[in-house]
Ligand binder design. Sequence first.
Ligand SMILES: NC(=O)c1ccc[n+]([C@@H]2O[C@H](COP(=O)([O-])OP(=O)(O)OC[C@H]3O[C@@H](n4cnc5c(N)ncnc54)[C@H](O)[C@@H]3O)[C@@H](O)[C@H]2O)c1
Length: 466
Amino acid sequence: MKPVRAILIGAGQRGAEAYAPYALRYPDQLKFVAVAEPNEERRRKFSTVHAIPEERCYESWEGLMEQPQLADAAIIATQDWLHTQPAIAAMNKGYHVLLEKPMATTLEECKQLVEVSERTQRQLHICHVLRYTQYARKMREIVQSGVLGEIIDVDHRENVSFWHMAHSYVRGNWRSSRQSSPMILAKCCHDLDILPWVLGQWPIMLSSKGELTHFRPDKAPVNTPERCVDGCPIEKECPYSAIHIYLEMLPFWYSYRETCTNSFHKAIIGTWIKNPGVVQTFSTLFPFLKQITEYKGWPLTVLAQDPTPQKIEEAIRNGPYGRCVYHCDNDVVDHQVVSMQFEKGTTVTLTMHGHSHVEHRSTRIEGTRGRLMGVLGNGGGWLTVEEHRTRKKLYLDTSPPAGEGHGGGDNQLMREFVAHIREGGYPDTAKRAAREALFSHMLAFAAEEARIERKVIPIMPAEFIR
Ligand SMILES: NC(=O)c1ccc[n+]([C@@H]2O[C@H](COP(=O)([O-])OP(=O)(O)OC[C@H]3O[C@@H](n4cnc5c(N)ncnc54)[C@H](O)[C@@H]3O)[C@@H](O)[C@H]2O)c1
C-alpha cells in the first residue's frame, strides 16, 4: 500500500520533532511532500530530513494553500493563534487535517472549524495526545468494565512541575492569555477531553477558582535583576534559575526518574543526577548513554535549534528563557481548580497547578466497589486498582517504550491518524471525534469564564454532541 501523503504547516517543536519523525520510522505509512515554515533554518532542516524538493518548501501556509491539493492530509502545528485560518483553508482545499490543540483560541473559531469540517466532509482530528496513551486507555477500560462499581468521585490533577511552569507559562510561549490561550485551555484541554471519555458520561455543571499567585513582581526577592545571569544574589538557591533548569537540567532528569518504571533506566538516571562523571565515563563505552549526557531534546530545543551548551548559554544571556521569573510579562494563572458535576451524579475535580515537585498527572477514581489511582509522568506511568471487599490489588505499568513522547500518545496518535486517512471519506467516527474535541474546548472556555466571573455554569452536552 502507498504511504499517506501529507503536508506540514509549522515545522516547530510539535510539527517537526513530535509528529513528523513518524514518517521516518514508518516510510511505508507516511510521506511528507511539502512544508510551510517561515524560519529558514527549520524549513531547510525539515526539507533535508524528509527529502522535500525546494519548490515544495513555502515560507508561509498561504503560499502552500495557493497550490493545487498536493497530498491527502495536512498536519497543522503552528502556534495557538494561527490554527483557524490554515485549517479552514486546508479543509476547503480538500485536505483531511490533523490540528494541534487548542483547536483555536476562541469558542467561535472552534465551532467554525467543526462546521467547515462537516460542510467539506473533511476529517478534522485534534492532537489530544492524552487520549492515545495506555494510561488513559487502560483507565477507561477499567472504569467501563464495572470493577470499580458506580463512580462517585474523581480527583484528577495536572501537576505541572515548577520548572515546566517557569519554562512554558512564565517565560515562554503560553505565558499570556491574550497572546495564546488561558492556561486551563492550553494545558488542560487534554484532561477535559479524557474525563468524560473515561467516565462515559457528560458534565452538566461547572465552577472554577484560581489565580496567578506567585510569579509576579511583588513576589520577587530583594535585589533580583532582570536576568538570572546578571549577578542575581539568589541564583544558587532559586529553583527557577535558568542555569539550573537548562544547563544543569537536573529538575528535568529528577522528574523523569521519579516516574520511571524501568529499574535499569531509573538507576542510570539516578547515577547521572548524583554522579554525572560516572555516566560520562561509561558513555564512551556505551554510546546509548549519550542520550543522557548529550541530551538535545525538549525543552532545550525551544531555546536553540540543535542545542549545544554554548547556544543554551547564549539563549539564557539574551533570550526570553533567561529572564527572572518575577520580572516577566506573564499573566496566566499558576493554579486553578475546576469543579464539575456529571450527569450520573459523579463529582469531578480537575486541579491544575504549576508548583509540582515532579512533572506528572495523577488520578484518583473512587467507586462503590473499588478505587483506581494512577500516575503519568515524563518517565512513565502506572495504575493501581483496589477492590473494597477482597482488597485485591492490581498494578498496571502503562509506560510507553523509552523515548516515546507524551506517555506514548504522540506515536499512537500518528498511527491512528494515518489509519483514518487510509480509510478516507468522512465516517461518523470522524464527525464524533471533532465534536468531542470541540466539547472539551467549550469546557475549558467555560472554566475560564467561571473563574473570572466567579459563577457556576450549566453545561448542555446535547448542543455539542450530536
Ligand atoms: N498536543 C500537545 O500535547 C502539545 C504540546 C505542546 C504544544 N502543543 C501545541 O502545538 C502548537 C505548536 O507548538 P510548538 O511548541 O511546536 O511551537 P513552535 O513555535 O515550536 O512551532 C510553531 C511553528 O510554526 C511556524 N509558523 C509561524 N508562522 C507560520 C506560518 N505563517 N506558516 C507556517 N508556519 C508558521 C513557526 O515558525 C514555528 O516553527 C501550539 O498550538 C501548542 O499549543 C501541543
